[in-house]
Design a protein around this ligand. Structure first.
Ligand code: 5GP
Ligand code: ZN
Length: 142
């Protein structure tokens, strides 16, 4: 049966539904990869399932695997496009762990040596700049 879980109050479900804009890098039937609007570094992107599941505890294992594969695809393209020194691929579960949007997502974040780490979710990026970075990463996708 198709997984059509959705939550009308969830900001990421609104991105899935096209109700709010996002700088999308790629999408499939199951997942969407897009730029984080409050990036902790250049190229900070997110992978989400289209279906609403709050966290790792609630995720169907098969969808978790699909998200992991999408994160790897995104990380490879991001590394090729932006040539960072490293890349974090991570996710948070529960407010105490730093989760602020309760729709499962993986952060794929390029890191450069010597660059101070900003916290995610603090400074809003210029949407046009995000679209340009999304296009750079998209062009590097295999
Ligand atoms: P969490 O803390 O839940 O792991 O991360 C949520 C992430 O979603 C944060 O990095 C935050 O910047 C990002 N975010 C929150 N609202 C929006 C939004 O409306 N659009 C986009 N593209 N990212 C968002
Ligand atoms: Zn949602």
């Amino acid at each position: 049966m198709a997984d059509n879980n959705s939550d009308p109050d969830c900001i990421f479900c609104k991105i899935v539904a096209g109700e709010i804009p996002a700088a999308i890098i790629f999408e499939t039937d199951e997942v969407i990869a897009f730029m984080d609007a409050f990036p902790s570094s250049k190229g900070h992107a997110l992978v989400i399932p289209r279906a609403h599941h709050p966290d790792v505890f609630e995720m169907p294992p098969s969808l978790l695997a699909i998200c992991a594969q999408a994160s790897q695809r995104l990380a490879l393209a991001s590394r090729k496009a932006l040539q960072p020194d490293g890349m974090t691929v991570t996710q948070f579960n529960g407010a105490a762990a730093g989760q602020t949007v309760f729709h499962y997502h993986q952060h794929v974040t390029p890191r450069w040596e010597g660059q101070p780490r900003r916290s995610h979710g603090e400074h809003m990026a210029d949407p046009e700049e995000l679209k340009a970075i999304a296009a750079e990463i998209r062009a590097a996708l295999d």
